[in-house]
Ligand binder design. Structure first.
Ligand code: NAD
Length: 509
C-alpha cells in the first residue's frame, strides 16, 4: 500500500492491478495504461485499474457479439432461472459487496447497502421480464390474415456508468438488458471498478453463459470504442452533463439507440406552512447523505417568505450531531471520492464568500473519525446564495447545501424552472392545492411531495428533463424494457385459398 496519494494521472506503486472480465474470466490489462483506485477514507491508492487498449476493447465486444445468438435463443424459462439465481446470490453476498463499495467510493456501509437494495429492486423487476416483453396479436385483420408483434433484443449493448453508484446505476440497466436477451459490455467508472467484477463473478455462478456480461475497464478510449463500434447497438450512459451530451451526439451520429442521463441541481421548495422539523431532517438527509455525491441530492433549499430564518437554526442544530468519518465505523457521512474532487467541492466555499453569500457552517477543517489523509469535507451550509453565483448555477456534487430566499411560491417555481437541469425536486408544504400546482407547473422529471429524494421505485422509470437527460427513454420500469427491445410486426396468412388472386392495390377487406 502506498503511503502518499498519487494524483489520478499517476500509477500507484506496489498495489495490485484490476483487469477486465471477458468471456467469463478475469483478463489482465495489457495496455500498460492504468489509473489508481483510492480508499478515500485512508487517502491512499490501494489498487490500480487497467485502462483498456483498442485490442482489449475489440476483444470484449467480439465476445459479447459471439455470445448473443445463443443467449437470445435460450428459452425464457432458462433465462429467468438464471436471473432468479443471480438475484439470490447478490442478496446473499450484499454485505461483501457493500464493503467493496465503501472501500473505493467512501460512502458509509449502510448507504452502500441501500444502493445495493435499489439495484436489487431493478433485478427483481427484471426477473419478471416475460410479462413485460409480450407482444400483441390481432386475428383476421383481413380475410385469413393475422398480425402480431414480438419484442426482440437488440444485440450488444454498452453501459457506461459513473463513480457515485458503482452497483445501483449499472443495475438500472444490465439486468433488464440481459434478461430480455441482449449481451452487455459494462464500462464502469475507473474510480470504483471492483464492484462490477464482483457482480460478474456472481452472474457466472448463477449460470450466465460466458460473454453475456462483460466488464471492460477503461477511460475515454474504452467509451469511444463502444460508441464507434458497429457491433454495439445501444448505449446507456449515466454521468456528468457534458459527457452525457457527447455520448448522446456521438452514439446518435453512429446510428445507435442511446439514453444518456446527466448531472443535476435539485431544489427543495419550502412553503411557510411546512412541517419544519420534517424539512430540517430531510435537508440533512438529502443534502449530506453520501457526502452529497448523489444525482438526486438536494443542493438548494428554496425558502419562501420567513422560512429561512426559522429553518436554518433547526438545520444547523442537526448538523452539529453528524459524525463524519470512515464509512466502516458507523459514521453518518464518509469522505469524498478523490482528493481532486474534494478540493474542487471545497473551492465553492471560497466562491460563496467572494460572491457575498453567508457561510453558516463551513465544512473545511472538520474533525473526523478517520485517517488524517482521507478526502474529508464536512457538511457545509451557505445562506443567501446569489443566483448569479457559480455556487448556485453549477453542480457541486458534494456536501454543500445552499439556501436561496424567495418571496412567493411563484418566485420559487420560476427559479426552479429557469435552471439548466431538471432531474429531481421536492416541495414541502401542508397545502395540497399548492403541492398539486407545483406538480403540474414544475419542469422537472422526478418530483417529491414532502419526500426529499423522489427516486422512483423499479416499476416506474427514472429520469429527469433538460440537461439531466439526453434521449427520450428513461432508466428501468417499462421504459427500460422498451429501450432494450425492438418490435417486429408480423403479418401472416396460412394456406387460405381466398387470397383474392392478383390485385395491385391495397386489400379492402
Ligand atoms: P463522469 O461524466 O466524469 O463519468 C461518467 C462515465 O463517463 C465514467 O465511466 C467515465 O469513465 C466516463 N468518462 C469520463 N470522461 C469521459 C470522456 N471525456 N469521454 C468519454 N467518457 C468519459 O461522471 P462521474 O464524475 O463519474 O459521476 C458524477 C456525475 O454523474 C454527476 O454529474 C452526477 O449528477 C451524474 N449522475 C447522474 C445521474 C442521473 O441519473 N442523472 C445518476 C448518477 C450520477
Amino acid at each position: 500500500m502506498t503511503t502518499t496519494a498519487p494524483t489520478t494521472a499517476e500509477t500507484a506503486a506496489d498495489v495490485p492491478t484490476l483487469g477486465h472480465w471477458i468471456d467469463g474470466a478475469l483478463v489482465a490489462g495489457t495496455s500498460g495504461s492504468t489509473a489508481p483506485v483510492f480508499d478515500p477514507a485512508l487517502g491512499v491508492a490501494t489498487k490500480n485499474v487497467a485502462l483498456a487498449s483498442q485490442e482489449e476493447i475489440d476483444r470484449a465486444i467480439a465476445s459479447a457479439k459471439a455470445a448473443f445468438p445463443a443467449w437470445r435463443d435460450l428459452s425464457i424459462t432458462k433465462r429467468q432461472q438464471i436471473m432468479f439465481r443471480f438475484r439470490e446470490l447478490v442478496n446473499e453476498r450484499k454485505g461483501e459487496l457493500a464493503e467493496i463499495v465503501t472501500s473505493e467510493h467512501g460512502k458509509v456501509l449502510s448507504d452502500a447497502l441501500g444502493e445495493i437494495q435499489r439495484g436489487l429492486e431493478v433485478l427483481e423487476l427484471a426477473t419478471g421480464f416475460p410479462h413485460l416483453i409480450k407482444g400483441e396479436f390481432s386475428q383476421q385483420v383481413s380475410t385469413g390474415v393475422d398480425v402480431f408483434s414480438t419484442k426482440s433484443p437488440l444485440g450488444v449493448v454498452g453501459v457506461i456508468s459513473p463513480f457515485n453508484f458503482p452497483v445501483m446505476v449499472p443495475m438500472w440497466f444490465f439486468p433488464v438488458a440481459i434478461a430480455v436477451g441482449n449481451t452487455v459490455v459494462l464500462k464502469p467508472s475507473e474510480k470504483d471498478p471492483s464492484a462490477s467484477l464482483f457482480l460478474a463473478e456472481l452472474f457466472q455462478e448463477a449460470g450466465l453463459p460466458d460473454g453475456v456480461f462483460t466488464v471492460l475497464q477503461g477511460d475515454k478510449l474504452a467509451v469511444d470504442g463502444l460508441l464507434n463500434s458497429p457491433d454495439v447497438q445501444a448505449i446507456s450512459f449515466v454521468g456528468s452533463t457534458p459527457i452525457a451530451k457527447y455520448i448522446y451526439e456521438t452514439a446518435a451520429k453512429n446510428g445507435k439507440r442511446v439514453q444518456a442521463l446527466g448531472g443535476a441541481k435539485n431544489h427543495m421548495l419550502v412553503l411557510p406552512d411546512a412541517d419544519l422539523d420534517l424539512v430540517a431532517d430531510s435537508a440533512i438527509n438529502a443534502g449530506f447523505g453520501s457526502a452529497g455525491e448523489r444525482c438526486m441530492a438536494i443542493s438548494v433549499l428554496v425558502a419562501v417568505g420567513d422560512v429561512a430564518d426559522r429553518v436554518i437554526p433547526l438545520i444547523t442544530e442537526r448538523m452539529k450531531t453528524l459524525k463524519v468519518g470512515d464509512g466502516r465505523r458507523s459514521c453518518d457521512m464518509g469522505p469524498l471520492v478523490t482528493k481532486v474532487h474534494r478540493d474542487k467541492v471545497a473551492s465553492y466555499i471560497d466562491v460563496a464568500i467572494e460572491d457575498g453569500a453567508d457561510v453558516v457552517v463551513d465544512g473545511r477543517g472538520i474533525e473526523v473519525d478517520g485517517a488524517a489523509d482521507g478526502f474529508w469535507l464536512g457538511p457545509t451550509l451557505i445562506d443567501r446564495v446569489p443566483t448569479s453565483s457559480r455556487v448556485y448555477t453549477e453542480e457541486i456534487f458534494g456536501p454543500v447545501l445552499s439556501v436561496v430566499r424567495v418571496e412567493t411560491f411563484e418566485d420559487g417555481v420560476e427559479l426552479i424552472n429557469s435552471g439548466a437541469f431538471g432531474n429531481g425536486t421536492a416541495i414541502f408544504t401542508n397545502d395540497g392545492g399548492a403541492a398539486r400546482r407545483f406538480q403540474n407547473e414544475i419542469e422537472v422529471g422526478m418530483i417529491g411531495i414532502n419526500v426529499p429524494i423522489p427516486v422512483p421505485v423499479a416499476y416506474y422509470s427514472f429520469g429527469g428533463f433538460k440537461d439531466s437527460i439526453f434521449g427520450d427513454s428513461k432508466a428501468y420500469g417499462t421504459q427500460g424494457f422498451h429501450f432494450f427491445t425492438r418490435e417486429k410486426a408480423i403479418t401472416q396468412r396460412w394456406s387460405d385459398p381466398s387470397h383474392g388472386g392478383i390485385n395491385l392495390g391495397f386489400p379492402q377487406a
